[in-house]
Design a protein around this ligand. Structure first.
Ligand SMILES: Cc1cc2nc3c(=O)[nH]c(=O)nc-3n(C[C@H](O)[C@H](O)[C@H](O)COP(=O)(O)OP(=O)(O)OC[C@H]3O[C@@H](n4cnc5c(N)ncnc54)[C@H](O)[C@@H]3O)c2cc1C
Length: 519
């Protein structure tokens, strides 16, 4: 047997950490390298969306995150001039779509150590990648460490080294896009807006305004304000900042400045994301997105959802290496035209500019889109993808959609659709178990088969071990596919295909996706 080299993940920001958690989840040896001595303490992202929570759930890290975070079921949308609500986003609309019908506020500098603590192999801090060479069967990395230079051999190199990625530069990959003329300002303050100066805005509220929009974010232990600084404006000092905050929230009895940061806003994407199926750009190394509507970190989390299972399937010999090509094919449009344009449209919406996001499509679609549950990937490679649900009610699922995650009753208890596909392709047969449909026996860990039916499988049906009871057809209705359909779901919770049931159909679909027979 050939030796299994580790996958090298360079950069222990949120995307490197999430990617390493993903590799660990699939049992792939990894090395996570970070040039700094400690994880970043910078004030950066503050809001995490439902889709990222689902990814951390799959990778076994969500509970510790939720314990530290503030959960929010409403995103406010307020006209600042008149202080009147526009259309707020009600996340409870998503109760039949996800185990996480809410978003969370948690500062990135508190989130990163929690992700790191969930890793089986610790981050190798003070390990800086200085150069690398891509060979036919491996990548050779040169590192600078406290013990001097080191060489490391890896099966693959995952560049999670941030917006100034040296790996991207070394590959000669260009980034295209722009840096906005305005800068953004973040201020963290201690102030009591709950009791002594009760304001009762939603704990995440966007205040639209022609001259100066503002986002108010209740962090677990303090309040945060985000607003734009006009091009060329001086950076405000501490006193100016407190004046500014009071302009936003009115007079308060006591307020203390905790910290502030001014940053440039970019909208740039790498022209190429992979090299020889060996090196992959991820997170900010691949795309810098206006951090509006929390689309910066959360778009990177989608990368960390898409690549680890592909590597696992290829390294286990369960897929042809061409499976790796789907990563760039699916994630790049999402970053460029999807998140990138959605974030830019959101920025314009905040300041009533032209080109803003237009009419609301109803409460369900608004909530679905704002949590990134709406991402449909280009699984067929034909340019058919989307970030935006447009129907008023949930439509029938189709190939590429993120599979809605509903609870079903298994033979031994409760399960959820995402729990079933944690480390397996899953074929769900929407059928009537009373008629004893042909459901293949579960023999391969790569592909599992389950009937979904509103009738519990009788004990003498021979289907009891692979039937899921769907009381009231709640999941069946949400999926909305014709009766006697099979829905093949990938390990990342995206739907690979929907087809009529028939002998060997799920196996054929698996082979079409992976390029290999079911092992
Ligand atoms: C002020 C601010 C506010 C933001 N707000 C939001 C928000 O509200 N919501 C949101 O979704 N996003 C937000 N973002 C964006 C979000 O912070 C980034 O998208 C996220 O940090 C990207 O994660 P990453 O892991 O790709 O890169 P990074 O967090 O940049 O991590 C890269 C890591 O790689 C390490 N590294 C680099 N080179 C090497 C090397 N050669 N060897 C070893 N290690 C190396 C670095 O030290 C670093 O730790 C904000 C960003 C900023 C700056």
């Amino acid at each position: 047997m050939t030796e299994q080299l580790p996958v090298a993940v360079v950069g222990a920001g949120p995307i490197g950490l999430t990617t390493a958690l993903g590799l660990a989840h699939y049992g792939i040896p990894y090395v996570l390298l970070e040039e700094d001595a400690v994880l970043s303490s910078d004030t950066k992202a503050g809001t995490t969306l439902s889709r990222t929570l689902e990814i951390w759930n799959r990778y076994g890290a969500v509970d510790r995150i939720l314990g530290a975070a503030l959960r929010i079921d409403e995103i406010g949308d307020i006209d600042r001039a008149t202080n009147t609500p526009r259309a707020s986003v009600q996340l409870a609309e998503l109760a039949n779509d996800t185990q996480f019908p809410f978003v969370i506020n948690l500062p990135q500098q508190k989130m990163e150590p929690l992700l790191a603590a969930a890793l089986p192999e610790p981050v190798r801090t003070q390990h800086r990648l200085t150069s690398f060479e891509v060979l036919d069967d491996r990548v050779v990395l040169q590192l600078e460490t406290p013990d001097g230079p080191q060489e490391l051999e890896a099966s693959h190199l995952l560049a999670c080294d941030g917006g100034r990625s040296k790996i991207r530069d070394a590959l000669g990959v260009k980034v295209v896009g722009e840096t906005l003329p305005e800068r953004y300002m973040l201020i963290d303050v201690v102030v009591d807006l709950d009791v002594d100066n009760a304001r009762d805005y939603p704990y995440l509220a966007y205040f639209a305004d022609k001259s100066e929009w503002m986002v108010l974010i209740r962090q677990p232990d303090n309040w945060r304000f985000l607003f734009p600084l006009a091009p060329g404006a001086d950076t405000p000092d501490d006193e100016d900042l407190l004046v500014k905050v009071k302009q936003f929230i009115g007079e308060v009895d006591r307020i203390e400045l905790l910290g502030s940061v001014v940053y440039n806003v970019h909208h740039r994407v790498a022209e190429q994301w992979t090299k020889d199926r060996k090196v992959f750009l991820m997170g900010d190394a691949a795309h810098l997105i206006t951090p509006m509507w929390a689309l910066g970190l959360n778009t990177g989390a989608l990368d960390a959802s898409n690549l680890p299972w592909r590597l696992a399937w290829v390294l286990r010999g369960w897929a042809d290496p061409s499976l790796l090509d789907g990563y760039e094919q699916e994630q790049r449009p999402v970053a460029i035209e999807g998140s990138g344009e959605m974030a830019e449209a959101a920025r314009k919406y905040m300041s009533f500019q032209r080109g803003a996001v237009t009419e609301a499509t109803g409460p369900w679609a608004t909530a679905y889109n704002r949590t990134l549950l709406s991402v449909r990937l280009d699984v067929e490679g034909v340019g058919d993808w989307s970030m935006v649900a447009t129907s008023a009610a949930p439509p029938a699922v189709r190939a590429g959609d993120r599979a809605p995650d509903l609870v079903l009753q298994s033979p031994t208890g409760r399960t959820s659709i995402h729990d079933l596909c944690r480390d397996s392709f899953v074929a769900l047969y929407f059928t009537d178990v009373r008629r004893r449909p042909e459901i293949p026996v579960n023999e391969s860990p790569a592909l599992q088969h389950y009937a979904v039916s509103r009738w519990d499988a009788p004990h003498d049906s021979g289907l009891r071990d692979r039937a899921l009871f769907d009381p009231g057809s709640v999941a069946t209705k949400r999926y909305g596919v014709p009766a006697e359909s099979v829905v093949l779901i990938r390990p990342d919770g995206h739907i690979a295909a929907v087809a009529p049931m028939g002998p060997g159909v799920a196996e054929q679909l698996y082979t079409r996706v992976t390029g290999r027979e079911v092992p």
